[in-house]
Design a protein around this ligand. Structure first.
Ligand SMILES: CC(=O)SCCNC(=O)CCNC(=O)[C@H](O)C(C)(C)COP(=O)(O)OP(=O)(O)OC[C@H]1O[C@@H](n2cnc3c(N)ncnc32)[C@H](O)[C@@H]1OP(=O)(O)O
Ligand SMILES: CC(C)C(=O)C(=O)O
Ligand SMILES: [Mg+2]
Length: 528
């Protein structure tokens, strides 16, 4: 038996069936490109009979990508569906038609209103019709036809064996066993596939495939149980998108097979480093956000906040990680600082931010950060920088302090600012300095005026405004980073007026630049 699992992605068909997730042709093309880049073996691109738009999307995807991945289209066991599915694929290279017909007693009685023998007859006729149609193309020796007994997991095993055997005889090369309503459990699903392997005499002539839905949260576990029983194709979707609770998530089955290769003994051709990017693209195209704690591609999938975990991670990532974030293309903060973090992680971050501070100052910074963490969910690098630099500015005598700032902008006017500063002098009487300047906007005008008044010219390398509290009287915190004489200085300003906060932040940075305090070599290391 092959030790490579075929990954059949149905994001563009079953995934798109999720309410509110339909994609237009251009969006489908972008997702198809990403799936090809990811190394997906078979892309189910759509259901051509459903609409002219879907026909067009399948056709364009097949023409563009049919030499790289196999492109598949879906059809009911009806002539018009099969004609349409084949019509969209016929002039492309690697193609497959996927036929389905429900076999469970519930679907037979209530939906199709067909007896068992009629189901078998319709399945056989359709597979044959499809295979004949495809084999009219001279280069197709063995038509690539997949057959799915829909709702297989709720079908009587004897009848399932009968349908499967006949479908293979009629020319199906892949037999997919859908758990259409997510009813199976891993042991149950394992037994269904094992039963087919044991009781269908021609089963060795086809590839067995899994197609599991997540209604009970077991789609991935069931798919993997299917692999253990001998399935060699998994049908899945990016982010687990799909009908109701969705399908088995591609990223989860692929990483389970890779991470537990010791157990499953099989692998896939998926370029796992592209998983996170593909997940983000699908989320953007469908508007379906990925929950933070989603396995593999969620924002928290490789993030650690607890001090004990962070301490372990700093010694060896293997203490709390079973996969390497870079193997799935995860980009995000690994050690997230918050109220559960300890000194080891804070010390590590402070060092990585380029600061060397003594133990006493570090303890103050740590206490400041944990106090802040009681007020906000996460502590960002900028928060730590502000707290560290606040430690030095509290000991620093400011040369200039802000007395007043006015600025205006708007359509058809030149943004202008007027600023008054007080400059410290030896006799205790501050010197009053006033000036005005124009700029690209009112804040830029304020910064230029401050540079004229202080005589320090600097380059603004970062400007960030953050809301500190909610409500109409919310305070804004402005964080600036400037470069002066090859060194980087930070300033923070807090005010209910953004102009005022910006002026204070910039002036604080200029004060530091004048005293050479707290400056770091430009381009420091960022993050973990
Ligand atoms: C489990 C799955 O995911 S199956 C795929 C489900 N996906 C979709 O349904 C999305 C796209 N669907 C559509 O655009 C439309 O439903 C169409 C174009 C396919 C059909 O539309 P309509 O002709 O208006 O039929 P409608 O959807 O209302 O009903 C389904 C019909 O197909 C029949 N049918 C259902 N499954 C099959 C099948 N596998 N083979 C043959 N006939 C089937 C039903 O019995 C019903 O027949 P009837 O019209 O003679 O009563
Ligand atoms: C079309 C079939 C394979 C399907 O999506 C299902 O049964 O869930
Ligand atoms: Mg499905």
């Amino acid at each position: 038996m092959s030790d490579t699992i075929t990954i059949f992605d149905t994001t563009l068909r079953d995934g798109e069936q999720a309410p509110g997730c339909s994609m237009d042709t251009d969006e489908k093309m972008q997702v198809a490109q990403a799936l090809v880049d990811l190394g997906v073996d078979v892309i189910e691109a759509g259901y051509p009979i459903a609409s002219p738009g879907d026909f067009d999307a399948v056709q364009r995807i097949a023409r563009r990508f049919g030499s790289q991945s196999t492109i598949c289209s879906l059809a009911r066991c009806r002539k018009e569906d099969i004609d349409s599915a084949w019509g969209a694929l016929q002039d492309s290279e690697k193609v497959r038609v996927h036929l389905f017909l429900a076999t469970s007693p519930i679907h037979r009685e209530f939906k199709l209103k067909m007896a068992e023998d009629e189901i078998v007859r319709r399945a056989v006729e359709s597979v044959k019709y499809c295979a004949d149609l495809m084999s009219k193309r001279s280069d197709i020796k063995i038509p690539n036809v997949e057959f799915s007994p829909e709702d297989a997991a709720r079908t009587e095993l004897d009848f399932l064996c009968q349908v499967v055997e006949k479908a293979i005889d009629a020319g199906a090369t892949t037999i997919n066993i859908p758990d259409t309503v997510g009813y199976a459990t891993p042991t149950h699903y394992f037994k269904v596939i094992s039963h087919l392997k044991k009781h269908v005499p021609n089963i060795h002539k086809c590839v067995i495939s899994t197609h599991c839905h997540d209604d009970l949260g077991m789609a991935v576990a069931n798919s993997l149980a299917g692999v253990e029983a001998g399935a060699r194709q998994i049908e899945c979707t990016i982010n687990g998108l799909g009908e109701r609770a969705g399908n088995a998530a591609l990223e989860e089955v692929v990483m389970a097979l890779k991470t537990r290769g010791d157990y499953y003994g099989v692998g896939t051709k998926i370029q796992t480093t592209k998983l996170c990017n593909t997940s983000r693209l699908v989320s953007k195209m469908t508007g379906m956000t990925v929950q933070r704690n989603k396995a593999i591609v969620g924002q928290n999938a490789f993030a650690h906040e607890a001090g004990i975990h962070q301490h372990g991670m700093l010694q060896s990532r293997s203490t709390y990680e079973i996969m390497r974030p870079e193997d799935v293309g995860y980009i995000g903060e690994s050690l997230v600082l918050g109220k559960h973090s300890g000194r080891h992680a804070f010390r590590d971050r402070v060092t990585k931010l380029g600061y060397q501070i003594d133990d006493e100052t570090f303890e103050k910074v740590y206490q400041g950060c944990t106090a802040l963490a009681d007020k906000k969910k996460s502590i960002y690098d900028a928060d730590i920088i502000a707290i560290i630099e606040n430690q030095s500015t509290t000991q620093m005598v400011e040369t200039w302090s802000l007395a007043s700032v006015h600025a205006f902008g708007g359509t058809g006017t030149i943004p202008t600012a007027a600023v008054e500063l007080h400059q410290a002098s030896g006799d205790g009487q501050p010197v009053v300095l006033r000036d005005a300047a124009t700029g690209d906007g009112p804040i830029d005008a304020v910064f230029r005026t401050l540079e004229r008044l202080t005589g320090i010219s600097a380059t603004l390398t970062q400007y960030e405004v953050k809301g500190v509290s909610g409500g109409q009287d919310a305070q804004g915190e402005v964080l600036v980073e400037i470069e002066h004489d090859g060194k980087t200085y930070h300033g923070t300003g807090l005010s209910t007026d953004i102009l005022d906060a910006s002026a204070r932040a910039y002036l604080q940075a200029l004060n530091k630049a004048r005293g050479g305090m707290g400056g770091r070599a430009a381009s420091p290391l960022k993050g973990v």
